[in-house]
Write a protein that binds this ligand. Structure first.
Ligand code: PEP
Ligand code: MN
Length: 352
């Protein structure tokens, strides 16, 4: 069993909040945001200095120069400051500049070679390390990255759930797959796991609900992207919120009783809640495809309801359900409702 310690505080009954800009862009931007983050009651400031961007030519961060601004924010507002590292060189510069901790980004966690290099560079160092989930929903890869850090001697470790890359049409930028962080919690109960609603949602309107969902599911806290002027942000503009919005969201979050490790019923309920979230996401995806089919049928002058197809679909769903130990009647009822909704959505297209 890994003996992991809280990253910054012994008072683990309070939720842990981390906030700050996706990227440190200028001294003014960073210090103004830091002031707002501190005023919102957050004690840990994040800012990316080296940014892993999907496409070349995007803003890749201002580099090590920005570490001095983070240090200034630490001194001025008494915050713990953290930044993302992806190589031993980044780590060395971050530690030299007085960072209180570092985070490993999703793309880096996915790569065991990069993780091992960072872990080797952490030997003999006392700092806090936050490991974001790998881009793919593979809990072993996430656990493996955390074990590499642990084996280097680091004990103050946390994890951040930022969703997983997906080709699905979801309202989110990254698919939450809540069961993956919940499995991580089961494997390493002493690990603080935070959620990152900014990278999961990709849109600022979703931050409040995703943060509440994370706390309801028993996460230790949230990491939220916050910028003094979000619309002008050089990276991830759509998902950043102002410090005022951050304060409002944190004030309205309801802290529910999180189940203790021994609360078996609580664990079961969290599992049920994640399955229900998946069912809703899948139904939403199914309706998106149904609407696409509706458009195709309309363009080709085809009728909305094709009875043969419906009967086949129902028969095969019932047979599969029976094989899985479910009753045919139950699945018949559910699929009739799902089909009825698909038809309703396709008829809406016809009307347009
Ligand atoms: C970030 O936190 O700004 C970031 C790059 O996150 P991720 O590694 O989760 O994409
Ligand atoms: Mn970002």
């Amino acid at each position: 069993m890994l003996d992991i310690k809280p990253i910054f505080t012994e008072n683990i009954s309070e939720p842990l909040y981390i906030a700050g800009p996706c990227s440190a862009e200028s001294r003014e931007q960073l210090l103004a945001t830091a002031r707002g983050v501190a005023a919102a009651g957050v004690r840990i400031l994040r800012a990316g200095v080296w940014k892993p961007r999907t496409k070349p030519g995007s803003f890749e961060g201002v580099g090590s120069e920005a570490l001095a601004w983070l240090h200034e924010a630490k001194v001025e507002y008494g915050l713990n400051v953290i930044t993302e590292v992806a190589t031993p060189e980044h780590l060395e510069q971050a530690l030299k500049a007085g960072m209180d901790g570092v985070w490993i980004g999703a793309r880096t966690t996915t790569n065991p070679f990069a993780m091992q290099q960072i872990a080797d560079a952490l030997k003999g160092v006392d700092t806090a390390v936050i490991v974001k989930n790998p881009v793919i929903p593979d809990v072993e890869l996430w656990v493996g990255a955390i074990e590499r850090i642990y084996n280097s001697g680091i004990r103050r470790i946390a994890a951040v759930h930022r969703g997983f890359g997906t080709h699905q049409t979801l309202p989110y930028r990254n698919a939450p797959h809540w069961s993956v962080p919940i499995e991580l919690h089961r494997r390493i109960p002493s690990l603080q796991i935070l959620s990152d609603p900014s990278h999961i949602g990709g849109r600022r309107e979703l931050i409040a609900q995703l943060s509440q969902q994370a706390l309801d599911l028993g996460f230790a806290g949230v990491m939220i992207e916050c910028h003094n002027c979000p619309d002008n942000a050089l990276s991830d503009a759509a998902q950043q919120i102002t410090p005022e919005m951050l304060g409002d969201i944190l004030r309205t979050l309801k802290l529910r009783r999180t189940p203790a490790a021994t609360d078996i019923l609580g664990e079961y309920r969290m599992h049920i809640d994640t399955i229900d979230s998946r069912i809703i996401e899948l139904l939403a995806e199914r309706m998106t495809v149904a609407r696409e089919i509706g458009e195709y049928k309309q363009q080709h002058g085809m009728a909305v309801v094709q009875h043969d197809r419906y009967n086949e679909l129902l028969e095969s769903a019932e047979a599969r359900a029976e094989f899985m130990g479910l009753s045919r009647d139950f699945i018949h009822e559910i699929f009739s409702a799902v089909h009825e909704e698909s038809v309703r959505q396709q008829l809406e297209i016809e009307k347009k």
